[in-house]
Design a protein. Structure first.
Length: 80
């Protein structure tokens, strides 16, 4: 692998104090929804099965929500 182009990027700072929360119940989801309303911006990410988007077996596994780079919430949806 040629790593010449990687010199264009600066290293990412490591974040030591990270906090991640699972949202396993409807009650926890309600609390997260209240927290979402307190923020002007947030980041969303989806986790899906490892199939192409057009594949009939592709499905949503969960949604990640973050308000800062140091913490986040994961809402499991399609886990079995």
């Amino acid at each position: 692998m040629d790593t010449t182009d990687l010199t264009l990027f600066s290293p990412v700072a490591e974040i030591e104090d990270r906090t991640h929360y699972g949202v396993p119940t409807e009650e926890a989801l309600e609390v997260l929804c209240q927290e979402i309303q307190k923020h002007d911006t947030l980041a969303l990410d989806t986790e899906t099965t490892p199939y192409p988007s057009w594949h009939p077996q592709n499905s949503l596994l969960g949604i990640s929500v973050a308000f800062s780079e140091n913490s986040g919430y994961y809402i499991p949806i399609g886990h079995r």
